[in-house]
Design a protein around this ligand. Structure first.
Ligand code: NAG
Ligand code: NAG
Ligand code: NAG
Ligand code: NAG
Ligand code: NAG
Ligand code: NAG
Ligand code: NAG
Ligand code: NAG
Ligand code: NAG
Length: 418
């Protein structure tokens, strides 16, 4: 057939891109939260916390300079205060979009920039209704996978204003992937991805999305990424241009400190779409051997982690008036899973710690957008199926029972009569 569209998971400049949402241009005039030193001095008595304050919890991968990496990294803390402001360091990407929320309120969005202070919670902040005295939770996430922030300071003001440490959730997950998992071309990128929908959506889960557009599994240059996941997953930063600028491509790339972070109970791997592309020239043998190597790397660090291997959906091709889903490395991926299960595919728990998740039949051709990545609806379908799989296979409870997970997905029919 040969009709299946190849996925060019290119590293495309997107800063001037227009985002269409149901055919309409999506407004991106997010609130301006920038404050000046003068604005701050109008608030009484700010208390400032340095980035290494024990009250601050970093989610996903951050380095020793408090610079965020990969997709949807976050910062979370409790506070008792009237106002919360954050100063961002000079390694913050220009105008990067962050989502933030107080307690279980809906996500708010604002662009932040290097070397600036943003008033994110205040008496006049829309969507906040702080009662006093009371402890609230603040959480922030970087939405884009290539951009990041650097935390310089967190400030609070009000009578006896303070930060409070929020303990980690008891469950931990990891998702290793490429652009499909990083949320490229989803409307809010990282926080519209299936990875986010799955792991934030399960609730009570700490998680990390170590996914980057264009990256291969096999360690070679793919679409401008200098390394594949067998190398990069062991590192703190991703393969972005800003990582290269800060750490170069050598011994200065910091290793991820697995010892100091809780092991993932469940690791989901969705990788290989870029290896399965003639542009990157990864051989079948290299792909197979690298997959075994990545699973071994995960297993040696997190011996108790259950690993879910996703089949690749590639694209859809039209044959005889019908759409048919493609697949990449279909047999190799199954062989890899079998090799950990004494010859069985282990689709529903059972033998070993490596499980096969068949993605065929979840997405239909119109769940893939014009740039070959899932639409927001496609992402939500993948997330929902994976949530249910994890519930049925590992007995995990669906613990997110109210607060918004996906933002800006409120489209519905309000016509009561025709
Ligand atoms: C946001 O507000 C700050 C301070 O008032 C101002 O300096 C800056 O130009 C504004 N940014 C945008 C994008 O409007
Ligand atoms: C950021 O600030 C640090 C220390 O203040 C300085 O050493 C570094 O060169 C700065 N980096 C950039 C990108 O401006
Ligand atoms: C805010 O972020 C969005 C999404 O990346 C971007 O489209 C928009 O241009 C940014 N706005 C500013 C003022 O930086
Ligand atoms: C950060 O901003 C301050 C004041 O706005 C300025 O003096 C300083 O040079 C800036 N630093 C960088 C690295 O841009
Ligand atoms: C804020 O909370 C108080 C107490 O729960 C409530 O009476 C009030 O209506 C709320 N205001 C807004 C704007 O939600
Ligand atoms: C992609 O995977 C298919 C098997 O599903 C295989 O036939 C094909 O050769 C692979 N293509 C590349 C470029 O690796
Ligand atoms: C792919 O690999 C083959 C064999 O090593 C080599 O001959 C060919 O030039 C490579 N193609 C590209 C595009 O790198
Ligand atoms: C596979 O079979 C061997 C030999 O019977 C056994 O020792 C091993 O535990 C089995 N592995 C799994 C994952 O069931
Ligand atoms: C995956 O699902 C598709 C659609 O149900 C089915 O045709 C295929 O055989 C399945 N693959 C495996 C390995 O179970």
């Amino acid at each position: 057939m040969g009709l299946f569209k190849l996925l060019p998971l290119l590293f495309i400049s997107f800063s001037a891109a227009t985002i269409l949402q149901n055919g309409q241009i999506r407004p991106n005039d997010y609130r301006n939260t920038t404050v000046t030193a003068r604005d701050l001095s109008s608030e009484p008595a700010w208390v400032s916390y340095p980035p290494d304050a024990p009250e601050l919890s970093y989610k996903g991968r951050w380095d020793h300079q408090y610079i965020s990496w990969w997709s949807a990294p976050g910062l979370k803390f409790g506070f008792e205060a009237d106002s919360v402001a954050i100063s961002f360091g000079n390694y913050t990407s220009d105008g990067v979009l962050i989502a933030y929320r107080v307690d279980g309120q809906d996500w708010l969005l604002t662009n932040v920039t290097a070397n600036s202070t943003h008033m994110l919670v205040g008496p006049r902040t829309e969507g906040n209704n702080l009662t006093h005295p009371s402890i609230h939770t603040f959480e922030m996430r970087v939405t884009n996978w290539a951009y990041g922030v650097q935390i310089k300071c967190v400030h609070v003001s009000g009578p006896a204003a303070r930060l409070i440490h929020v303990p980690n959730f008891p469950r931990t997950m990891e998702l290793i992937g490429d652009s499909l998992s990083a949320g490229q071309y989803a409307t809010l990128e990282g926080i519209s991805s299936y990875s986010w929908g799955l792991m934030y959506g399960l609730g009570n889960v700490e998680f990390s999305i170590t996914a980057y557009p264009g990256i291969c599994l096999h360690d070679k240059r793919c679409y401008g990424n200098l390394h594949g996941q067998t190398f990069q997953w062991l590192k703190t930063p991703d393969t972005s241009g800003r990582a290269l600028e800060i750490y170069g491509d050598g011994p200065d790339i910091p290793d991820w400190d697995f010892e100091s972070h809780p092991p993932a109970d469940i690791t989901v791997i969705n990788i290989g779409t870029n290896d399965n592309n003639t542009a990157n020239n990864v051989t079948h043998k290299d792909f197979h051997d690298s997959y075994i190597r990545l699973i071994d790397e995960v297993h040696v660090r997190w011996p108790a982690s259950q690993i879910i291997v996703l089949s690749l959906w590639e694209g859809f091709g039209e044959t005889d008036n019908m759409w048919i889903q493609g697949g990449g490395f279909v047999d190799i991926i199954q062989d890899v899973v079998r090799s950990y299960n004494n010859g069985s595919l282990n689709e529903r728990g059972g033998e070993g710690f490596v499980h096969y998740f068949n993605t065929t039949g979840i997405l239909q051709h119109n769940d893939i957008g014009p740039l070959y990545h899932p639409t927001d609806v496609g992402h939500i379908k993948l997330a929902s199926h994976l949530m249910q799989y994890i519930k049925l296979t590992f007995g995990w409870v669906l613990d997110q029972t109210g607060p918004e997970v996906q933002h800006d997905t409120l489209y519905w029919n309000d016509q009561t009569s025709y």
